[in-house]
Design a protein around this ligand. Structure first.
Ligand SMILES: Nc1nc2c(ncn2[C@@H]2O[C@H](COP(=O)(O)OP(=O)(O)OP(=O)(O)O)[C@@H](O)[C@H]2O)c(=O)[nH]1
Ligand SMILES: [Mg+2]
Length: 236
């Protein structure tokens, strides 16, 4: 007997995946009111300060200075919108936005994500009509922290699908990388297939495995997900 999911996964693995062919910075917004008009589906990149959100975005778009990167935590301070044009396995085009969010856990006084977010990220995650999903980035070596669990819970309450992306995997050995999806999955109560490996430095999961899927395909899958109910008339 064949497991149809295994057969499908094998078929998918042979297809060239979605890739970014054009990316540009649009604007930065301090709140929901000043976001761009909700004309394209969005996926937002979230995670602790310094986890590598802006670096991941740059590597994905193959543009080093597109989003600002810094070794000092707290570099990204607004909701930063990037328009992306992607090409699929049959060269079909898809347009979406990727949103680089400020990191959480930077101000030590805030013990919970929703406090550390303040109204900016909280309102964006809860009420942005164009938002279809979140990439929750977690440092591969540090593993999931309480604030990450808090973020996943917050997103789930807001009915937003999430994908966990382990960052800086260049710092792990091959065997550590192999074990990571299952161990992160256990800690987070998620299926290991919803945990991706990545390295903005080495291209792991981003452009190294582009033929077998990687982040591009997952982004399009999230962006093509259904809009959340009840937000259609909301400010976007
Ligand atoms: N080794 C390694 N270092 C990385 C990788 N990605 C990012 N870094 C480093 O991690 C630091 C933080 O990177 P950023 O991309 O600015 O992180 P961020 O999550 O956007 O940070 P904030 O905007 O402050 O929340 C920088 O010094 C990067 O060079 C990676 O894949 N491997
Ligand atoms: Mg950043």
């Amino acid at each position: 007997m064949y497991d149809s999911r295994v057969v499908q996964a094998a078929k998918d693995a042979r297809k060239p995946a979605w890739r970014v062919v054009d990316a540009s910075y649009e604007l930065s917004s301090p709140d929901l009111k000043h976001c761009p008009e909700a004309t394209l589906p969005e996926v937002a990149v979230t995670g602790r300060s310094n986890v590598g959100k802006s670096s991941l975005l740059n590597r994905l778009c193959a543009r080093k200075g597109l989003a600002r990167v810094s070794s000092t935590p707290g570099r990204t301070q607004m909701l930063n919108f990037f328009a992306m044009r992607m090409l699929g396995p049959k060269d079909e085009a898809f347009e979406m936005r990727l949103v680089d969010l400020p990191g959480y856990g930077f101000a030590k006084a805030h013990k919970r994500v929703r406090e550390s977010f303040g109204p900016m990220i909280g309102a964006y995650v809860q009420r942005r009509a164009a938002l279809r999903g979140l990439l929750v980035l977690i440092d591969a070596r540090r593993g999931p922290q309480e604030l990450d669990m808090d973020m996943l819970e917050f997103a789930s309450e807001a009915q937003l699908p999430c994908l966990v992306v382990a960052t800086k995997c260049d710092k792990l050995s091959k065997s550590e990388r192999g074990l990571l999806p299952a161990s992160f999955g256990r800690a987070l109560g998620m299926h290991p297939r919803d945990v991706l490996l990545s390295s903005a430095q080495a291209g792991i999961g981003i452009d190294k495995e582009i033929k077998s899927g990687g982040l591009g395909r997952e982004l399009v899958r999230l962006a093509r997900g259904p809009a959340r109910l009840g937000l259609e008339g909301g400010s976007a």
